[in-house]
Ligand binder design. Structure first.
Ligand code: BTX
Length: 327
């Protein structure tokens, strides 16, 4: 079965917004036989698409499955490059591992790896990331920007802004960003971002942006360790949220912001990041491997480094830390 035709057919039916499209019309548009159209429709139905055949009128799509498979995501995409190739795995240790392997085989900019479940999802500094089956978005995106290695951390911030915009668009919630990469709703973490890179003497070969977004968990779906600090969009809105819409929107904004970044630099995006940040202007405690510093978070540099002013008036550049904020 030609997956691209199946996906395009799903997209065509989605665009018809509940109006019937005749088998003959689909056959003509796709340059295939009516029997072939019927086979693609059957394939979609087996995947959970609700498609009914209305006598003398054609096929009507009324629902799509809650899955992150390429066939359900790609028809929704409004991007040029991001998500044009999707590697879907129902269960994997970590989408980061798969993305690293794929990046080495030379896959193109914008390839996304999506899973329903991660058995060893990871956060920064080898911490664990809770990734329950079918409840969240566990996604790694491979980008190949032509930028110097030292600018890579800016992409964590750009990705954070893209995720916040997507959450706003799809749910109406107003998330905050806690430096560097936690996205919080009502003070609880609903998304984490992990940026890793492959580089050599020529610079960045691939940026692997891992996004873990809690979409439809209930409190019980989280491990005990994180239950008190984590939340999901469903817990915050009281409604099931569409993971497909979120993926569509994240990829859309990430592509837009990457373009802005390449054309105009980091300035505008830094302003956007700061407008969502709960850290800036606050008294914070930054726990690092060797020391803990307390002070006012004054801002971030163009490289995404947090500027912390301690009581003695000294300004410290914080590259990596866990931040606690005074309530
Ligand atoms: P982080 O180091 O900032 O956050 C990890 C910490 O967050 C954990 O130590 C735990 O306290 C808490 N935590 C763990 N799971 C969850 C959760 N589901 N919701 C809220 N809090 C949690 C953040 O690292 C980066 C996470 C990236 C995850 C993505 S998922 C797709 C990709 N694949 C993969 O293995 N990692 C990335």
């Amino acid at each position: 079965m030609n997956i691209t035709v199946t996906n395009k057919l799903a997209q065509r039916l989605m665009e018809a917004s509940g109006e019937p499209v005749s088998g003959q019309q689909l056959a003509d548009e796709f340059g295939i036989s009516r029997t072939s159209v019927w086979k693609h429709i059957k394939d979609l139905q087996e995947k959970g698409y609700e498609i009914t055949s209305v006598k003398k009128k054609g096929y009507v799509l009324s629902d799509i499955p809650d899955s992150l498979e390429a066939s359900t995501i790609q028809p929704l995409l409004k991007t040029q490059l991001l998500g044009k190739t999707i590697e879907y795995i129902a269960s994997t240790e970590s989408t980061q591992i798969i993305a690293h392997q794929l990046a080495q085989t030379g896959v193109s900019h914008g390839t996304a790896v999506l899973a329903e479940e991660q058995t060893a999802g990871r956060g920064r500094m080898a911490r664990k990331w809770d990734s329950a089956y079918g409840k969240g978005i566990w996604m790694s995106i491979i980008l190949r920007p032509d930028i110097p290695v030292q600018r890579a951390p800016q992409f964590t911030l750009i990705a954070a802004v893209a995720v916040v915009r997507a959450i706003e668009e799809v749910t109406g919630l107003r998330p905050d960003i806690k430096w560097p990469n936690d996205i919080l709703v009502n003070g609880k973490k609903c998304t984490g971002i992990l940026t890793e890179l492959q580089s050599d003497a020529d610079g960045i070969q691939a940026l692997i942006i891992g996004i873990g977004l809690n979409a439809n968990q209930e409190a019980d779906d989280f491990s005990e360790e994180v239950r008190n600090i984590a939340t999901s969009l469903k817990m915050e809105t009281g409604k099931h949220v569409s993971r497909q819409e979120l993926v569509r929107s994240i990829l859309f904004y990430l592509e837009q912001y990457t373009e802005i970044y390449i054309k105009e630099g980091f300035g505008v995006l830094k302003l956007m990041w700061e407008s969502y940040s709960t850290t800036i202007g606050k008294k914070v405690r930054a726990r690092m491997a060797r020391e803990t510093l307390e002070g006012i978070a004054e801002g971030i540099t163009d490289d995404g480094v947090l500027q912390l002013r301690t009581a003695d008036g000294k300004l410290h550049g914080i590259y990596s830390a866990d931040i606690e904020m005074e309530k």
